[in-house]
Design a protein around this ligand. Structure first.
Ligand SMILES: Nc1ncnc2c1ncn2[C@@H]1O[C@H](COP(=O)(O)OP(=O)(O)OP(=O)(O)O)[C@@H](O)[C@H]1O
Ligand SMILES: O=P(O)(O)OC[C@H]1O[C@](O)(CO)[C@@H](O)[C@@H]1O
Ligand SMILES: [Mg+2]
Length: 322
């Protein structure tokens, strides 16, 4: 009987999850596994929402954002008794390998599960936060950046028409990747991220000079949610620069949208690598893309280290914080 291999998504949804699901199912089947789908992430693993995959279940999904398998954040998965229940669900169906498409939290969860019951897993990095150590890229990031770019371009139209400042808060949890990359690619005047020191006095002097001497009529500031400065900065601009200011929190719009070409292609590469890794006997490996090369790393090197922003990106963005 063919060995069962289950595919699931977990944590914040990210564009690119659907192409990864489709490719993982098809490649696993081609390798002789019996592919299964787990719906609703870790919650579904516990509650037995597991079905055998077929072509129909994964067709017509490439262009769709989010995850057709749905996702969850599960408090119960921290409890060994619920993890045991999840294990029994897999065992009953002959599922002996797992692919989890998600973020660092999901990898930690599956690593705990592996420590408990020895179910090998492969992780595919998928989170708009781009905060997973060891990989330069996580699925969903390019699509999120393009959603942000489109929003900032639109906000610029109204900002310039009304001579206003706009503070735009972007997601990323504790990581400033989305904010910094967006600030650079959208031509923001100010960027605040957790990884960069900022100096409001210096920012104020720079922009005041531009307003008074260089005809600056509006300001775009991009702030990472992790610095928790959006409200303060909006008030500060009004008071210190005497410019009318508005705050836009982009929120979950950043998580949606049809995956970009890059996210679709990266999804295929990661999915094939994940099936290959499991087939080669890897037990708890995370797929990574680093310096132009695909590979995988043991889970502990990924979850025990903190993702660091590219120093070149930091150098480029530093002037936006002073
Ligand atoms: N140490 C752990 N033991 C058991 N379960 C865990 C552990 N850490 C995380 N989890 C489970 O993994 C789920 C997903 O983690 P988390 O919410 O951090 O999202 P993520 O996978 O990092 O994705 P994202 O950051 O993009 O939202 C958690 O809700 C929890 O159910
Ligand atoms: O969707 P939720 O549970 O509100 O979580 C929001 C968080 O998830 C992410 O979108 C992805 O981790 C973060 O950027 C954000 O802080
Ligand atoms: Mg995470």
């Amino acid at each position: 009987m063919a060995e069962g291999l289950a595919i699931m998504t977990s944590g914040g949804d990210a564009a690119g999850m659907n192409p990864a699901i489709k490719c993982a199912v098809e490649y696993a089947a081609a390798k002789g596994y019996k592919p299964f789908l787990v719906y609703d992430g870790l919650r579904g693993l516990i509650d037995d929402r597991i079905v055998e995959a077929n072509r129909e279940l994964v067709s017509g999904i490439l262009h769709r954002g989010g995850t057709i398998l749905r996702s969850s954040r599960s408090q119960r998965f921290f409890d060994i008794n619920f993890r045991r229940q999840a294990y029994e669900n897999l065992k009953r169906r002959g599922i002996s390998k797992l692919i989890v498409i998600g973020g660092d939290g999901s990898f930690r969860a599956l690593n705990q599960f592996y420590a408990d019951f020895g179910v090998p897993f492969a992780g595919i990095p998928a989170t708009i936060d781009n905060d997973i150590a060891g990989t330069d890229y996580c699925l969903g990031v390019d699509t999120a950046l393009n959603m942000i770019r489109q929003s900032v371009d639109s906000i610029r139209d109204t900002a310039s028409s009304f001579s206003r400042a706009f503070v735009i808060e972007v997601m990323g949890r504790h990581c400033g990747y989305l904010a910094l990359t967006s600030a650079l690619s959208c031509g923001a005047e100010i960027c605040l991220v957790p990884e960069l020191e900022y100096d409001l006095n210096a920012i104020g002097a720079r922009l005041k000079h531009e307003i008074d001497n260089e005809g600056r009529g509006y300001i775009i500031a991009i702030v990472a949610e992790g610095v928790k400065m959006s409200d303060y900065l909006t008030r500060w601009i009004k008071d210190s620069l005497e410019m009318d200011a508005r705050l836009t929190v982009l929120g979950h719009v950043q998580r949606g949208g049809s995956p970009t070409v890059l996210d679709r292609i990266m999804a295929y590469k990661f999915a094939v690598a994940a099936v290959e890794a499991l087939d080669a006997g890897e037990t708890n490996a995370i797929m990574v893309y680093r310096d132009g090369t695909y590979g995988h790393l043991p889970i502990h090197t990924v979850v025990d280290s903190k993702y660091k922003l590219d120093p070149a990106l930091i150098r480029l963005g530093a002037p936006l914080g002073r």
